[in-house]
Design a protein around this ligand. Sequence first.
Ligand SMILES: Nc1ncnc2c1ncn2[C@@H]1O[C@H](COP(=O)(O)OP(=O)(O)OP(=O)(O)O)[C@@H](O)[C@H]1O
Ligand SMILES: [Mg+2]
Length: 254
Amino acid sequence: MPEESALEQLLKSGEFLHHLDIDRKTADLVFDRRTIRALYEFMKHVSIDYIDFPISAGKESVVFKAIRERKPVVIKIYKLSTLRFSSIWKYIEGDYRFSRERIDRSNIVYIWAKKEFTNLGELRRHGILCPKPMDFHKNLLMMSYIGTSASPAPRLKDADFDAQAVYEEIRSAMLRMYRDARLVHADLSEYNILYHRRKPYILDVGQSVSREHPAADYFLDRDIRNIVAFFAKRGISTDFESLSRFVRQVSSTG
Ligand SMILES: Nc1ncnc2c1ncn2[C@@H]1O[C@H](COP(=O)(O)OP(=O)(O)OP(=O)(O)O)[C@@H](O)[C@H]1O
Ligand SMILES: [Mg+2]
């Protein structure tokens, strides 16, 4: 099998996993055989020069900075081993955009990558700051890198910023996401927003659903509560009702 031997060659060359040697545990976790194959195919297809370093290694995904044509990009790898069918199915089955795909346990993670790719595109189309989706393949997603040459942008949770200005930016991003892109983030919090060049960037939209999803209202309420709780701690005067009215564009008089 030529593909197999090319894969073996690549692995043996050490070039490809060179930077991962610093974090063997991460590499072992992520790079199951199917993922290595997918990564190899992807790297060739989109001409990635090399994987620079892991930015984040979480429960469900690992995010790497990679170099492509000498510029930084991000590759997000959804873990085949831990993404549970039951936990992601609810975000797919009620979303008419994806519910007609042929889905089973073996390909649901692939739909997830495609869903995040599609959602990022929708956000960008409506002027909401987020990484630019570049390509996807199986359980891998390539997007633009948010950060400087020195380091990736910090999450809002770890950043120093002008709370009032950033609250207003996020409020307006939430409105545009709901009203114009017609999507609900469904995991919005200070963990999924990066702070870069004085602006908040929305991340992690694999689970984001269309407004028509039966649980969209429930997900939106939860997002609003997270944002209110975070900014209230930062001294901003806000509450669930007012942010909800703003995002849903319900006039306060009725
Ligand atoms: N385009 C990007 N540019 C810079 N950093 C990024 C980018 N995308 C993700 N990150 C970093 O990787 C982290 C994890 O990404 P993300 O929130 O999309 O994954 P996740 O599914 O929440 O992963 P986990 O389940 O591992 O928490 C982010 O908190 C952020 O620090
Ligand atoms: Mg996240």
